[in-house]
Structures are given as structure tokens and as C-alpha cells.
Design a protein around this ligand. Sequence first.
Ligand SMILES: [Zn+2]
Length: 338
Amino acid sequence: MAEKLAENLYTIPVPLPGNPLKNLNVYLLAGERNLLIDTGFHLDACRDALLAGLRELRVDMDRTDIFLTHLHSDHTGLAPDIAGPNTRIFIGEKDLSHMPGSHSDFSWADSDRRFAAEGFPWPLLRELVERNPAQGLSPVPYDDYIPVSDGQVFSYGGHRFQAIWTPGHTPGHMILWEEETGICILGDHVLFDITPNVTRWHGVTDSLGDYLHALEQVRTLPVTLPLPAHRAVHAAFQDRCDALIAHHGRRCREVLRILRDGGSMTAWNIASGMTWRIRARNWAEFPTPQKWFAVGEAMAHLDHLIALGLVARQPSKPFVTYHLSQEGIHGIDSLPGV
Ligand SMILES: [Zn+2]
């Protein structure tokens, strides 16, 4: 069932079957021309729920544009399918190269090689080809995405939203901010009962540093209606930004302690020593997709600690390893930003 949130602003709940995020909050700005924000996986259950909501709101897709907050398939999966002949599909310019289509320079084979170099076992990477939702539920190839740049304005249904580039969760993640009303459509930049995943992205030096910087930037906005892409809102916006910043500070300190005790280690081994909020007794029992996300998060934290000068990387063969730098040995309790 679609729900009205403000004048000409609605939300449509789209289930994400088998995914711990449970559902996606799709948003719609309704007017002469509509703007639909995010879509759901390329999956029948998502398509049925989204189309039912669009019917209920009497949305004509030929008079509707689509804004994708970021490249992840739970947001982008259905966009090319539901687009009408006149639909424009917008996505942050830095996410475009990851989207299936002729502009794509992303390859899972390259990604797998990079994970293998960090100690991720090859048999598990092969298993993921079947099981990782990002690899199966993506949108069909599409060549006409329109790249969005920081500050671009979107005027629909009497609203005037500004896109703000908030890299970290993905390189090109965008939120939509309306100064006049204090409404902020957050994508996955700020979620309230889940911590947004921050991983290493090829070509990005410090994803976590970018993420923390973008949080510092948006935490001062006078947001009155925060609209996350998943689940509900449980805290004041600024408090939640602060809690996320503090969370990553604790995680960085945990990585430093693991390296202090373990010496020189791979990202795979570091991830296995970190604490994760998941129902599994130990690392061996972690489902393989969760291991993949965990190693990605460990790498993002390592990159950030390298950028801060606290950790050093040794590109030794066959695996890349990490160890504390001189500053890191003394830096565990003096980590900035926490
Ligand atoms: Zn996401």
C-alpha cells in the first residue's frame, strides 16, 4: 500500500525477498511529471509490489522519470524494465561505470581477482557467482542513463530537491535534499537500524574516509523528514549521523587492535577477527555472501587507516598483507574523529 508522506510525496514499500534489509522504501514525487526514486531488485516479487503501488497512485510511466540513489541492484534492478519511452533515468555520475550497459567498465572476474589477492578463497568466490544478489538481480543492460552531478536540481510536483553527492556506500551515491521543507531522501547514506555497508571500490583510495566526510557534511542539514531507503526512522537525524561516525571509529580501533595482536595479516584474516552482528557462532559458519561483505568492510577500514598513516600495506605474493605503522602502534587510543 502506498502512503502519503507530504504534499505530492508518497512512499511505496517493495519487499526484498531473502535479503536481510527486508524492504526498500521507494519514493514518488507526483506532479505534471513524476519522479520515482529507486525501484527494487530485478525480481518478480519486487516488480509486482512496485507496479501495484504505481497503479494505486495512478502513475503513468511515460510521464515519469526515475532517480537512482546509487548503483546497488536493490535500488536499480527494475529501472530499465518499468521505464516508459519518455522516461529519463538519472544516476550519480561516479556510479554509471558500474551499471550494466555499454558505459560499464566493471567486471566480476576482476573483482574476484582482487578479493583473492586479499586472501578470500577461490572456491568461495566461485560459489558467490550463483549466490551474491548483486550478481543475479541487476538491471538489464541499458545505455541511456543520465549522469547526475553534485548540486543538480530536480523540480517535480511543486518540490525543488537538490542532489548532494554523498560518496562512500558507493562512489556515486546521491541524496536529495529540499531546503524549504527539510525533507531529505537518503538512499543508503544514512539508515537507522542498520549500518550502511562501506566497502572498498576499485579506483577509490579511501571509501570510508569519503563516507565519513559526506556524513560530516550532511549532519548539519536541518532535516525535519529523513527518508531512508530501508526500514524506518528511529532517531533524530543528526544523532544518527553521529552514531554512524562513532561506530566506524570503534571499528577502526578494533582493526588496529587485531593488527597489534596479530602482526602482519591479510584482509581475510582481519575480517575473521572482527565482531559482526550476525547469527553465526564463528567465522567458519558465516554464510559466504556475508564473508564477502565482511572482507569488503575490513578493506575499507584498512584503506582509511592507511590514509591516516596508521597502517601500512605490503603487496607481497600471493597475498596482500597489512601491519601497523610506527604511528599506528601508538595511535589506537588517539584515533581522530571518534
Ligand atoms: Zn545500497
